[in-house]
Write a new protein. Structure first.
Length: 185
């Protein structure tokens, strides 16, 4: 298998958010044939069409370039009030803006999330998938991975210890790799 480049983003700004923990686990456990980088959204400004008139702001250009260069995008989202976090929606709006370049068009994407709630992040994931689809991304529909009760699946150091979740993440990554390869042929 040729080297694949994946970029992962978490829809939370918290340093040790549950979703950043899941994203770090995925990066650490990725197959050797995958270059997996994590992009932090903390420097992305609020979307404002006036800011892109003369080109995207530098932090947005950097983000869009990272997404564009990746073969696939992994989004791990929390759920706030049964919806997508504003920071994630904001980043996707910048990435999908057609004023300068929509870097989500034809980009394979996988959405998952973790939450203390038993439902995981089902509502937020549906909204993220809707936004990605509107932007032309090639969203992996199955498997759906809703990690509920995440606080009970980590040790005190923040390591993912739940074997069922670890296995589901590994299987999901394998499926996403296959999806990327299928979409790129």
């Amino acid at each position: 298998m040729q080297q694949l480049k994946m970029i992962g983003i978490a829809g939370s700004l918290r340093k040790d958010s549950f979703n950043k923990i899941i994203l770090r686990h995925m990066a650490e456990q990725r197959p050797d044939a995958v270059d997996f980088s994590i992009y932090d959204l903390k420097h992305i400004p609020l979307f404002n069409g006036d800011l892109e008139v003369n080109g995207d702001p530098e932090t947005v250009m950097n983000f869009k370039e990272a997404v564009e260069k990746a073969d696939g995008l992994v989004i791990v989202t929390p759920e706030y009030s049964h919806g997508v976090p504003g920071v994630l929606k904001n980043a996707l709006d910048w990435a999908a803006s057609v004023t300068n370049q929509n870097v989500l068009d034809n980009k394979p994407a996988f959405v998952l999330g973790a939450s203390p709630s038993p439902l995981g992040t089902a509502f937020a994931q549906a909204q993220v998938k809707q936004t990605l689809t509107a932007a032309g991304a090639l969203v992996l529909q199955q498997p759906e991975l809703y990690i509920g009760g995440i606080q009970n699946k980590l040790d005190k150091a923040g390591n993912l210890t739940d074997e069922k979740t670890r296995k589901a993440l590994g299987q999901s990554m394998d499926t996403f790799i296959h999806w990327i390869q299928k979409m790129n042929t």
